[in-house]
Write a protein that binds this ligand. Structure first.
Ligand code: FRU
Length: 449
């Protein structure tokens, strides 16, 4: 089985959203939307990868594939929970009403129907695709609740005394919404309530996630058609600090949101609890073309999500930080999984990471990937954070096809897919840049000598 470190990438062909992310029986399981036949989106399967530590990953092949009437054209996104030692996966099954005559992997004019399904596993590795699937929420029939076609991506969690499920939907394709369901036994689900913000917040909300943190509740959604700036990726992941009342499933969502990542490549993130109970997130990094080795789609590094006041932080996971513990003096000494560069930027200064530019302008960080990204109509090349509040400490995690820029320990993050970066870093001559790479197995590092 293929092993990868840090950034999990498509084993081959195409991947998109992370699914069913969970720490279960000593393994992190990360499933993902997978089209195993070509370098493009098509009939969705769930690919499967596992890790002991969120650093080293092993691809385990296909876990779910279309096999029933309801999911015959795709196993769309969903989530996982553990109960009584069993792993439960819930996901959206898609059935095309009219298949595209030119391509059996897509449908014609959005003519499809969506149901929510469940499948369980005793060990997290074996799934009975033939006999083990049940429909827990059939396609919606009440238009006042949500859409029969565009209702998907169930995220499930355990509340104080029952189970909850949040679903993404649309009100007549005018604005996105989330639907809340409750269950006492995981099998019978009752619709309770919904929440939305209106037409300025995208026409459909995909991949919702809700969780409580020490600092309060957080809602993450991926609204479609949010941006109207002429760029290709109009769908973007956003997060809100929210208040949620379990008994009524009422959610207060403020007007103001943050982008989950200011690089505008990250989409459809999903969170779970790590082995220490921290809230950890994975997200899909969209790529405009395949990597050199012939695969397309990858995930960001696992990030700890914290809320303080109304701000949501995305911090480097401690296991990742610990993995980058071998100090090096030159990036030519970095392992093939990349390196971490740590430095501060003053106003007006620029760091050049192999052609990827990071610049401080006032109290904002701007990036420019023009030199290391294909140029096409609507390409997003320049990114910018909002005003920083707490200095300007930069941690760059650079891999062959992905550069992640963490600012002030996750106050904001800019992650960008890149192609063909050079093996150099240029910051002001007198600047101190600390460089780290991955510890190889058995190697001793800083502090251990
Ligand atoms: C988000 C999404 C989900 C859907 C899946 C299909 O990227 O469109 O809403 O379940 O991808 O692959």
């Amino acid at each position: 089985m293929k092993r990868q470190r840090l950034h999990l990438k498509a084993p081959d062909n195409w991947i998109n959203d992370p699914n069913g992310f969970i720490y279960y029986k000593g393994y992190y399981h990360l499933f993902y939307q997978y089209f195993p036949y070509e370098l493009r989106w098509g009939t969705m399967h769930w690919g499967h990868a596992v890790s002991r530590d969120l650093v080293t990953w092993e691809h385990r092949g296909v876990a779910l594939y279309p096999s029933t009437h309801e999911d015959r054209n795709g196993c769309f996104s969903g989530s996982a929970i553990e109960e009584d030692g069993k792993l439960y996966l819930v996901y959206t099954g898609v059935r095309y009403e009219v298949v595209n005559p030119e391509d059996p992997h897509t449908c014609l004019d959005e003519q499809f129907e969506s149901a929510q399904l469940m499948i369980t596993s005793e060990d997290g590795f074996h799934f009975d695709n033939e006999e083990g699937k049940t429909v827990i929420i059939p396609p919606l029939t009440d238009k006042k609740i949500g859409d029969r076609t565009h209702t998907r991506d169930p995220k499930i969690w355990k509340g104080k005394d029952r189970w909850y499920l949040i679903l993404g939907s649309t009100m007549e394709e005018k604005y996105g919404e989330v639907l809340f369901y409750q269950s006492e036994d995981l099998h019978t689900w009752t619709y309770v309530n919904k929440a939305w913000k209106g037409p300025d917040y995208g026409w459909m909300w995909e991949c919702p996630d809700f969780f409580e943190t020490e600092g309060g509740g957080v809602l993450m959604v991926s609204p479609m058609g949010l941006l109207k700036n002429g760029e290709k990726e109009k769908n973007q992941s956003v997060c809100f600090p929210v208040e949620f009342t379990e008994s009524t499933c009422q959610m207060e969502i403020p007007d103001q949101y943050q982008f989950t990542d200011y690089g505008m490549d990250l989409y459809a993130p999903q969170t779970t609890r790590d082995s220490e109970g921290r809230r950890v997130m994975e997200g899909w990094i969209r790529m405009p073309k395949p990597a050199e080795e012939g695969w397309i789609g990858m995930f960001c590094l696992p990030r700890i999500v914290e809320r303080k006041g109304n701000h949501i932080y995305f911090r480097i996971h401690p296991n990742v930080r610990a993995a980058y513990s071998k100090e090096i003096t030159d990036i030519s000494c970095a392992s093939e999984d990349g390196y971490m560069a740590v430095f501060e930027l003053e106003d007006g200064e620029t760091a050049d990471i192999g052609g990827f530019l990071i610049k401080r302008k006032g109290n904002r960080i701007q990036t420019d990937r023009t030199a290391v990204y294909p140029s096409f109509e609507g390409a997003h090349l320049l990114s910018e954070t909002p005003e920083l509040t707490d200095g300007c400490r930069i941690e760059v995690l650079a891999d062959k096809n992905l550069i992640e820029v963490y600012i002030n320990d996750g106050e904001y993050v800019i992650s960008n897919a890149v192609y063909g970066t050079g093996d150099f870093i240029k910051v002001n001559i007198e600047k101190t840049v600390h460089l780290y790479t991955l510890k190889e197995h058995g190697e001793r590092t800083r502090g251990e000598e």
